[in-house]
Write a protein that binds this ligand. Structure first.
Ligand code: JFZ
Length: 442
């Protein structure tokens, strides 16, 4: 066990993962849907005929985009085709068990009618709350809701990235009160939410006030017991983020896996974690012109499988258009992932690290707390033989695909605790899942 080298007041307050029922539920969900939606969907990565090469939700920071014009886009926010029921059903059909919605991104525009700001949906032609109907629709479909909230707020006069003068510090002090008020407001308006997903916490102003991030986290969890908050909110009093100066994780799970995933179980250090992934390379909000590599449904399924096999959650991002509809590429991926999940979801929900040595054909996933281990086959070898290497004292008693559970696959014994499994055909269009029943000889 690690020994603390520094005494910290605002470091980690817990050793190891949370053990309560709310966190156990989060850990069982595995597949989430992220939605980045806001004013940036209106330009969609283009302004006055020019294409912005960065992430579409960052367009306000582009020199070609006059900030005053961006800050007036709210006068055009009118998503007449926004149908939260249909959004929720679509997410459910994909197999998502939780969702994260941007209540406020770096631009500061609020998708709920906040009484602490005039820069909200209430001032737009749409006028109505976006968040409330979304929370209700998703909850009704059995999907937990988490609220994304950016600490960076380009629209707020008191926000500072790096306070330089006493006046800056006073302004930022007011800003922190504003943040706390907005979060308290969100918890009061949407009491069924399960947690916050914080972002924009890398600036000096935030990371040099670890005490405030600590007090804020404790305040939110006090007024909403069980609230789940990832490591991205926190800094300690020395400015260390995510992990405190003694290397201990702050918050409820590791939130640093952004467009990248761990490779092996040692990479997660035993912590709960979640990876968030874009379908194109780095676009979160709607961008009319996706460029570069666009991930296929199979690539995303493999990432979901890999995340589950390494005991983490996987969240796929979508950026709806400004009218409230989704682009075809996103709809297709949701449908294809959903078709796969309908047959193979049993390997994902409640799945975790199997404790078996990884094999070349893909990933082992254990149904948590059971002797059932799934083989998710992403690469079939040219021989067609899948080598199943089990730990010592473990015997394979049964194998069958989730697609055809009634038809057992007869294993060929090739060694002690080692088998070959041969599939009927070598041609697959999606990963194949084989459920193994094992028994331990004691
Ligand atoms: C942030 C945002 O700036 C971005 O627009 C999007 O909302 C994304 C989910 O979060 O971008 C990040 C945050 C963290 C890292 C990189 C980009 N990181 O930890 O490497």
């Amino acid at each position: 066990t690690a020994k603390d080298s520094i005494t910290l007041q605002h470091g980690a307050h817990r050793i190891g993962n949370r053990t309560d029922a709310g966190m156990a539920r989060w850990r069982s969900l595995r597949l989430g849907q992220f939605i980045h939606w806001g004013l940036y969907a209106i330009p969609g990565g283009e302004w006055k005929g020019k294409t912005y090469n960065g992430a579409a939700e960052w367009i306000r920071s582009w020199k070609e985009m006059p900030q005053a014009e961006y800050d007036n886009l709210y006068k055009q926010f009118n998503p007449v085709n926004y149908q939260p029921e249909q959004w929720a059903l679509q997410a459910k059909n994909m197999g998502a068990k939780y969702m994260i919605i941007t209540t406020k991104h770096h631009d500061g525009f609020c998708l709920w009618p906040s009484k602490y700001s005039r820069y909200t949906v209430a001032s737009s032609p749409w006028k109505k709350d976006i968040i409330g109907p979304m929370v209700d629709a998703y909850n009704k479909n059995g999907i937990d809701v988490y609220l994304y909230f950016s600490i960076i707020d380009w629209n707020h006069p008191d926000w500072r990235a790096s306070p330089k003068t006493p006046a800056d510090s006073i302004a930022y002090g007011r800003f922190k009160v504003f943040v706390k008020n907005q979060l308290q407001e969100l918890l009061t308006k949407y009491p069924t939410i399960k947690g916050f997903w914080f972002d924009g916490t890398w600036d000096d102003s935030w990371k040099n006030d670890g005490a405030f991030s600590d007090e804020l986290e404790q305040y939110l969890q006090k007024i909403h017991p069980g609230l789940i908050i990832g490591s991205r909110l926190r800094a300690d009093e020395k400015g260390a983020r995510h992990f405190d100066s003694n290397g201990r994780l702050m918050g409820d799970y590791e939130q640093g896996w952004e467009r990248k995933l761990p490779e092996k179980i040692a990479d997660i250090h035993g912590n709960d974690w979640e990876g968030v992934m874009t379908i194109p390379e780095n676009q979160w909000g709607y961008n009319a012109r996706w460029a570069g590599h666009i991930k296929s449904a199979n690539e995303l399924i493999e990432m979901l499988v890999k995340s589950t096999s390494l005991a983490g959650n996987f969240v796929i991002n979508f950026g709806p258009k400004s009218d409230g509809t989704f682009r075809t590429e996103e709809v297709q991926r949701m449908q294809e992932i959903g078709q796969w999940m309908k047959v193979n979801g049993a390997a994902i929900y409640n799945g975790g690290y199997a404790g078996f040595e990884k094999q070349d054909w893909g990933y082992y996933i254990r149904k948590n707390g059971t002797d059932s281990v799934f083989m998710v086959v992403c690469n079939v070898p040219v021989s067609g033989d899948l080598r199943v290497k089990l730990p010592q004292q473990t015997t394979l008693t049964h194998a069958a695909t989730l697609e055809n559970p009634a038809q057992a696959i007869t294993p060929e014994v090739t060694g002690k605790n080692e088998y070959f499994l041969r599939l009927e055909t070598k041609n697959f269009h999606t990963p194949v899942v084989i459920l193994l029943q094992t028994s331990r000889n004691t």
